[in-house]
Design a protein around this ligand. Sequence first.
Ligand SMILES: C=Cc1c2[nH]c(c1C)Cc1[nH]c(c(CCC(=O)O)c1C)Cc1[nH]c(c(C)c1CCC(=O)O)Cc1[nH]c(c(C)c1C=C)C2
Length: 599
Amino acid sequence: MASGTKQIKHITVLGGGLTGLTSAYRLAQLVKSSRQSGNPSSALHPEASITLLERSARVGGWVHSRRRWMELPEGIKDDLGVHGKVDVVLESGPRSIRPRGSKGAAQMLKLLQDLDLTKAILPVPLDHPSAKNRFILDLRNHKLVKLPSSVIDALTLWLRRDGRGSGILKGFLRSILLEPFRSKKRLDAKVPSTSKLAVLETQINDTSVDNLVRRTLGPRIADSLISSMVHGIYAADSRVLSVRSTFPVLWDALQARGSLVLGLLRPARSVRREDAARAEKEAWESLGGDMNAQRKTWSIYGIRGGVETLTKKLEEEIHKLGVDVRVGQTIGKLEPTDDGCRVSLSSGATLDTTMVVSTLSPAVLADLLPSQHSLPNLSYNPATSVGVVNLVFPIPPERIHPPGFGYLVPRTADSSIFAQSEALQMNPNPDGIIGVIFDSTSMTGVEDSPLIASHFTKLTVMMGGPHWSTYPSDPFSSASPAIPIPQSSELAAKAMAHLRKVFPSVPEPVLTESHISKNCIPTYLVGHGQRLHQLHKHLGSSAWRSKLVLVGSGYGGVGVNDCVGMAEQAVENLNIAWSEAPSSTSSCITGLERWKEWD
Ligand SMILES: C=Cc1c2[nH]c(c1C)Cc1[nH]c(c(CCC(=O)O)c1C)Cc1[nH]c(c(C)c1CCC(=O)O)Cc1[nH]c(c(C)c1C=C)C2
């Protein structure tokens, strides 16, 4: 290595969630191969060491699969022919993974292959009810309305005006068909209440998901379908969420063709899109065996034993690769030094390191930085908290709910459809339920014993999210009053009160487990990409240059594939930068490279 180039002798990963564990794993593999190949020109020292610091007593972050023992009903024998107990897996975090849609999805499957977890994959085929039956709740009557799963499905629902297609999704197909004709008019319309918003939109080249859909597909779709979908991915209010950061395909379609439908049917060609498609294709082709062919037949997949099987395996592997994993570590301060960074722990200990990869939430990171080294925009976005209630009932699922993935609950307040309903003089969703997952029918095989699937029903009720949040500083929000966050001991009763309205025959649960995941999903407010671009530029030109890399759900995507994808991409970019000619000026990796396009 040429003299004058900083050698990477020690890397500290902050945070032991999925992003932190994946980053540490791939970095440790790089060190191992650098040691084996002995590449003298690499900036990565062949004896470099890695430390992972985690605040809580366990690694895994929001991925948490709890195993609980359950009494079998009288007369039922388990696999060993003994009457007794079976164990059930209760997920309080993510439980299903998408095998398509992004490079991250391919990188996730590659990670599972590399960790020798292929056999633990639980595929859910495309024709499974879980893939076809997703519902939203009509709050006027607490009936489930099936969401169309394809164009044919939408047509059938539309033609069959038998009450089911005429409820909350009435006019769905009509809105889509008329959108190209209406969009231009709506986009040009001057709506007084949105004039401040219109100015902002042009300044920051972004708008809210709700605003874009409302002006193109109309208020009905914005209030029902889109508000619920946003609940089911971001647990957030679609009126404050940046469309360009969360559904860029909608933004691009509208920019390119002046119509969502036309833009989606005939996407405009762009170098960025083609590069991304090529990178994704390569990632899929890099999968070993016939995994790439197989995954095309799956709608989603799970992991035997729960998603924590993955984080536990990552933990095991990084131990083997020599990563120093320290749990129960509270960080007090992070500051740049001449040679790298200094991490000060609340215990008083300090750690000098060449580079920090932070997977902490941006707001938590902001609190660690001394004022003279603060970074822009880290505290801008709020994060939403979700109440998760796992329930197990002593009867099979067909006696409680229809087969399918689950249902989402749309927004109630300010909704034009709901405002007309007399039934809504009273709040139909007083506890702020956002969705219910039918765990038993959305995925089987998570537990070892088949008795769980045949004799019990597992459901997860999710509440809170936007209902527990206010966005006082956001110009796009209509500051609707939030429900105060309850105690976790109150959640199970609230979940049951809700379920009884939707499934009157639901029995008492035999097992419940409630948790509040505080600030678990960041809400990317309008202009998120522009703020990350500023942050990227600042990192490259300040005392933090080449010392701090930012990854994780706080920045570029909230799904498990996004977290793995960001970690993989950051380590891939670091590897390229470390192998580059020492004179190269392009070798500052921040983790935020993809936001460059927001220039
Ligand atoms: C009710 C709350 C939530 C449910 N799931 C999530 C929340 C906050 C988290 C989540 N769901 C999805 C993602 C995206 C990542 C990915 O897997 O690609 C995240 C972070 C996927 C998703 N889930 C639903 C939809 C419509 C989507 C979008 C992509 C897709 O089509 O797969 C539906 C859905 N989510 C929840 C329920 C009850 C539900 C029901 C229909 C729970």
